[in-house]
Write a protein that binds this ligand. Sequence first.
Ligand SMILES: [Zn+2]
Length: 242
Amino acid sequence: MKIINSTTRPINNVHYICMHIGGSPVTCYVINGRNGDLLIDTGFYFCCDRLRKWLGQFNIRHILLTHAHVDHDYNAAKLRKITGAQILLSENDVSLIGNYRSQPVKATMKKYRLRNIQQNVCGGMKLFSTRPYSPDIIIKNQDSGILRSLGYDADIIPLPGHTLGSLGVLADNVLYCGDAFTAIWGRPDITPHATSLKAMRRSLKRILKISPKWLATGHGLPVSMDKARPVIIKYLKERSRI
Ligand SMILES: [Zn+2]
């Protein structure tokens, strides 16, 4: 497993750990708050030990899941037990916990059709399912200010599409966007799968409108918006949505 973290390669002031397995990166982030720290996403099962070690330098009080896919929420309950942190998840992803097929995904481009079939097959397998857990704080669509009330200079940005409850966090000109956008292949790219293509396009437009300096995605290293913007515009234009 290859590990790159914010100490080995600083990017802006973003705290991240990017864990590669089989050439596929999974990335988790930490935002510092007034009363403790916020972990964004928890990675897949192979990430747990490395992630725990990295988290030793922080005081994790909250764990925000950008969505309830196994490669983001697998370690959430375990880390809650270790740290005592509270888990935050969108209300629209609660029924997705450990139940991938409750929100089947579609390919965002023709070239991902085969990969999409694999995703839906694997997603239904126990090996690729998170054990059920209950979030402590369920985020409703109107709860954008909840992180401020918990002591973070950050806002929740709903970014539905990849899943119905996908959300991002905007802090210090960085949009932690989960799988609403990706850098999984080492460059800014459109996420290959979405539960709702229409909602995903709307969320991409929202990202353009917010125009943060950095996009910190759930897979790969943070990418600058200057590099991501043309990729998003091209995708939306090809679908005549801009
Ligand atoms: Zn996902």
